[in-house]
Write a protein that binds this ligand. Structure first.
Ligand code: GDP
Ligand code: IMO
Ligand code: MG
Length: 403
């Protein structure tokens, strides 16, 4: 199929960056479709660890167009910083003129909102920018070419001041400063701004890169512990204005669960084991450096995500992480214990687990792996009624098994 969507099927950090970097050699254009700099992808480039946030994960491939689409919350500052850190030139990067701008003050507003709501957001201004978008005065990047930007900035200031008043914070933002600093930033990326519809709907072979994971989707996810984007597979038709239907949906998931923020996991493992496991496997938020919560793989949830997103092929990552343990669990289904009221709590669910024996090592050749490895992979494929095509067994680009 000409086009592909890569979709995280859990709570983000499934290893999307590594896989998109790997398969981008077969594609012409990588389109970042959701989120903003709340995302964080770690990619090994020439064996050096690179972190990207708002840049599409095809950025390390030569001759590949990287496009940031309409409904990405775009911080020019952050974008320029990332380019500087990975020492890339802006040549093959294009930004939709409709992408929604995210300013430094939005980060402060997110911080203030999270003081009360305690979602555990990344405080990258995504909630604030999304709120402004709903209130219909978000500033799109193309607005810097129009005069009405001044009116929009005024409305933005009203919004910011409202929060400062609410939280009794004495900050005065200077209109001229705000305009000129951001206008100066805009000038730096002006030549990279395009009408993205023409790039997305033509003969290129595209990968649509959805950041985050479907369980963080604003509507489908574990509300209220979710992000502000629509992450489901069909979001490409709205976020990126993709017109056609010749697209394959590929889901990616880890062999266990992780999540950052204040949401919970039904399959949570106890604090002590969690700490050891997250340190051993370096499970820290790429963006915020918080230790990730760890849980066992939830196949029940995964099956729902596969169905809802029309997933036809699967990629599983981190099978090397289980070599440290003898046995591991996989959730098959759960009962709801009805006398407890709080559904955002582990006490509400009684999980039924299947216990698997682990393997001591992993090998790039599928048949050279342990019998337990084979049993597990085939079990997951049968449970999800979907083939697994790539198995990732390490951080490096070619630590993979292709089936
Ligand atoms: P993303 O947000 O989905 O792109 O994932 P992140 O980059 O935030 O987090 C995934 C982490 O796992 C990164 O540090 C990757 O280098 C690493 N990773 C990806 N696949 C594997 C794998 O198969 N094994 C191991 N050990 N690490 C992996
Ligand atoms: P990638 O693309 C993991 C989480 C935050 C928080 C919740 C809401 O690297 O997989 P937000 O700032 O978006 O309003 O925070 O969503 N979150 C992620 N967790 N990976 C991500 O992206 C995430 N993006 C947001 O930790 O719990
Ligand atoms: Mg990540």
């Amino acid at each position: 199929m000409k086009n592909l969507t890569i979709l995280g099927l859990q709570y983000g950090d499934e290893g999307k960056g590594k896989i998109i970097d790997l398969i981008s050699i077969f594609y012409d254009q990588i389109i970042r479709n959701t989120g903003g700099h709340n995302a964080g992808h770690e990619i090994l480039y020439n064996n050096i660890k690179k972190k990207i946030k708002v840049l599409p994960s095809g950025i390390f491939k030569k001759n590949c167009i990287c496009l940031i689409s309409d409904l990405v919350f775009f911080s020019i500052n952050n974008f320029l910083n990332e380019i500087y850190l990975i020492k890339k030139i802006l040549k093959s990067l294009i930004i939709s003129r409709k992408s929604i701008l995210n300013f430094k003050i939005d980060e402060l507003i997110d911080y203030l909102i999270d003081l009360n709501l305690k979602i555990g957001t990344t405080k990258t201004g995504i909630t604030s920018s999304s709120l402004k978008n709903l209130l219909k005065f978000s500033i799109k990047i193309e607005d810097f070419l129009k005069l009405n930007i001044l009116i929009k900035i005024k409305k933005n200031f009203f919004f910011y001041n409202f929060f400062f008043l609410l939280y009794k914070i004495k900050i005065r933002i200077n209109f001229k400063n705000f305009y000129f600093v951001n206008f100066f930033n805009f000038i730096k990326v002006k030549k990279n701004i395009v009408n993205s519809i023409f790039f997305i709907n033509n003969y290129y072979k595209n990968i649509f890169e959805n950041s985050q994971g479907v369980n963080l989707d604003l509507n489908f996810g574990t509300y209220p512990f979710v992000t502000c984007s629509n992450i489901l597979s069909k979001s490409i038709f709205i976020n990126s204005k993709f017109f056609y239907n010749n697209i394959k949906y590929v889901g990616i998931f880890k062999v266990y669960l992780t999540r950052v923020g204040n949401g919970f996991l039904i399959t949570n493992i106890c604090n002590f084991k969690n700490k050891i496991f997250s340190i051993l496997n370096n499970e820290r938020g790429t963006n915020t450096n918080r230790l990730r919560k760890i849980g066992w793989l939830d196949l029940n949830q995964l099956l729902n995500c596969v169905k809802i997103n029309n997933i036809s092929n699967l990629i599983i990552t981190k099978l090397d992480s289980l070599i440290y343990i003898k046995k591991f669990k996989v959730l098959i289904n759960y009962k709801i214990i009805t006398n407890k009221k709080n559904i955002y709590n582990n006490n509400y669910y009684f999980p039924n687990f299947f216990i698997f024996s682990s393997w001591k090592s992993v090998n790039n050749k599928y048949i050279k792996n342990d019998i337990n490895f084979h049993l597990f992979i085939r079990f997951v494929e049968k449970f999800l009624f979907t083939p697994i095509n790539i198995i990732s067994i390490g951080k490096k680009k070619f630590d993979i098994i292709i089936l």
